[in-house]
Design a binder for this molecule. Structure first.
Ligand code: HEC
Ligand code: HEC
Length: 278
């Protein structure tokens, strides 16, 4: 009787959440370090950019009139270590922590709701393997009300089959949260109803002010560039005239993108109907 009870308790604690079992660690590393550029917000920045030894240990990301946003330490030395895989996955994809509180902006929750179950499991599996880095970056302060949730609860999400297709390019564009930056920003998040991909989000930093450009198939956007020029801007951070592009676009992360993934993203960008700058 006692033995049976103990065995049952052990089974309950040890059983992995079905939806997140067997995450592909290599795929997770590729997504976190390249396509999704989590470290562009979660890794401390020094004068020379990302501090590699403090990978994902958290930093102050953005201070606006509406909030002070601090991306937490998401290495195994952070509080995420105490969360189950399913809880960590939910925080990433739906922006809800185990205590029910909402993860605030600019964590790209609007885009991340598209993450497939398999890719979410891969991301979580990889995060469990990164070196633990002791660092307490502090806590965010939101002076705007956050919504009760970013959408209805997600049960299961699937991705289009990988390939150089518009659909898979759209999926990667969501994971790379391109349109969180390349759309006008409002206190409620990016304006995707009127402004999707039309640019107009101003970023202020040590580099000055830079406004995200229009990525639609319009003369204000990418219509005048060849595919090769667009690809070079995305992964090398270099304009066609050879001048370097400014932060905070995560060129250094995107540089490691597989050629076919980059092709898929550009194919998708070409499919976005042209619209002028907002
Ligand atoms: C554009 C910036 C940005 C990017 C990119 C980003 N995050 Fe975040 N993330 C944040 C901010 C800011 C917070 C904290 C918001 C708050 O305090 O409510 C956060 C919170 C989190 C949390 C909650 C942790 C906790 O202790 O509460 C997790 C988990 C997380 N991010 C994981 C990720 C992963 C994994 C990626 C990449 C797939 C990622 N983030 C990409 C900005 C970002
Ligand atoms: C964190 C914000 C951010 C993210 C994420 C981001 N971008 Fe950008 N992007 C910018 C900013 C700001 C510029 C302007 C840089 C400059 O002109 O110096 C830019 C420039 C560009 C340009 C050059 C366009 C032109 O007309 O000059 C292209 C193309 C582009 N981004 C595509 C993408 C794609 C595709 C993704 C996703 C894979 C992406 N960006 C993700 C902020 C971002």
């Amino acid at each position: 009787m006692t033995i049976a009870k103990t065995a049952l308790a052990a089974a309950l604690t040890l059983a992995p959440p079905a939806a997140l079992a067997d995450g592909d660690v290599d795929r997770g590393a590729y997504l976190v370090n390249t396509v999704m550029a989590c470290g562009n917000c979660h890794t401390p920045m020094g004068p020379d950019g990302i501090v590699a030894e403090q990978n994902l240990a958290g930093r102050l990301v953005e201070q606006t009139e509406h909030f002070t946003a601090i991306a937490p330490n998401i290495t195994p030395a952070g509080r995420v270590a105490d969360w189950t895989d399913a809880e960590l996955g939910r925080a990433i994809r739906e922006g809800i922590r185990p205590d029910g509180s909402l993860v605030g902006p600019p964590m790209p929750y609007k885009a991340y709701r598209a993450i497939s179950d398999d890719d979410l499991a891969a991301i979580v599996a990889h995060l469990r393997t990164v070196p633990a880095v002791e660092n307490d970056p502090g806590t965010s302060d939101y002076r705007i009300p956050l919504p009760p949730a970013y959408g209805p609860p997600l049960e299961t999400v699937s991705a289009p089959a990988p390939g150089v297709t518009v659909d898979y390019g759209a999926y990667l564009t969501a994971l790379a949260h391109c349109m969180e930056c390349h759309s006008p920003m409002t206190p409620q998040g990016p304006d995707w109803d009127e402004g999707y991909a039309r640019g107009g989000f101003a970023f202020h930093g040590p580099w000055g002010t830079v406004v995200s450009p229009n990525l639609t198939d319009h003369p204000d956007g990418l219509a005048g560039y060849s595919d090769a020029e667009v690809e070079r801007m995305i992964v090398d951070g270099v304009h066609p005239d050879g001048s370097p592009m400014l932060p905070p676009m995560p060129y250094a992360f995107l540089a490691g993108m597989k050629a076919e993934d980059l092709d898929a993203i550009v194919l998708y960008l070409r499919s976005i109907p042209g619209a002028p700058d907002p």
